[in-house]
Design a binder for this molecule. Structure first.
Ligand code: ARG
Length: 247
């Protein structure tokens, strides 16, 4: 048996922040969502969301530290005080607004369908009726499928992460996966000869991503919103957007 005592652990990076009066916030993100939030080969959390929030923090006068956090239960980490911000391509919904506070929106998204090439005659969301559809559990993609197919429909297959939902398309029991456009498009690009995207613009409303804080944390929300406003007006937002999504 060996006991290792780590003294002063974690203090190191907090001190300079405290000394300069700049607060550091812990950010929870499900870093399995390319190109928005993912881990690079050094296990650092990177992506569009990270570049945006870093810039927001810079202008809003605070610091951030990212912690990879599973999507399932990610919002309860705010409640518990383990995370101060959730930055995870979270769609602003009325239902979520009951239990958490959102920043101003920083990205517009929509749901897309992805199917195996030549697999079926799926052209619209309605064509998914009677099909087996993979989604990430607890997402707006799951909600959209529940609305379309019925809440307890056994044809909705729920996965813990978006990569797992997408990879399930390799198996024959799954007809389609549904999720946020940026992630679906990115995945399709890496499997172009196998997959096809179905973009049914008619049937779904646009979604807006916001950063999330614990309900009532007005102080932090104001700083985030101030930062968002600044990067949108000074060109920083556009530069980051172009880096990930072109024009
Ligand atoms: N925008 C969708 C939602 O809010 C999916 C977000 C999933 N994010 C992630 N990093 N897995 O429900």
């Amino acid at each position: 048996l060996a006991i290792v005592v780590l003294s002063g652990c974690g203090k190191k990076h907090e001190e300079p922040a405290a000394a300069s009066g700049v607060k550091e916030y812990v950010v929870g993100t499900d870093a399995a969502y390319v190109p928005f939030e993912f881990q690079n080969n050094k296990d650092e959390v990177v992506g569009f969301t990270v570049d945006i929030l870093n810039a927001v923090a810079d202008k809003g006068g605070f610091k951030v530290r990212y912690v990879n956090t599973p999507w399932e239960g990610i919002f309860s980490t705010l409640e518990q005080g383990d995370r101060d911000i959730i930055a995870s391509s979270v769609t602003i919904t009325d239902e979520r607004k009951h239990s958490m506070d959102f920043s101003e929106p920083y990205f517009v998204a929509r749901q897309l369908i992805v199917i195996r090439q030549h697999s079926s005659r799926i052209r619209t969301f309605h064509d998914l009726k009677g099909k087996t559809v993979a989604v990430q559990v607890g997402t707006t993609g799951e909600k959209a499928m529940q609305k379309l197919l019925g809440k307890h429909n056994s044809h909705i297959k729920r996965f813990d992460s978006m990569p797992l939902a997408l990879r399930s398309l390799d198996s024959c029991g799954i007809d389609a996966a549904v999720g946020d456009n940026g992630v679906i498009q990115n995945y399709e690009k890496t499997h172009p000869s196998m997959l096809t995207i179905v973009d049914d613009r008619e049937s779904l409303v646009p979604e807006r991503y916001g950063f999330v804080v614990k309900k009532g944390n007005r102080e932090l929300l104001d700083k985030i919103n101030k930062g968002i406003k600044t990067i949108q007006s000074d060109g920083t937002y556009d530069t980051i957007y172009r880096k990930y999504f072109g024009n």
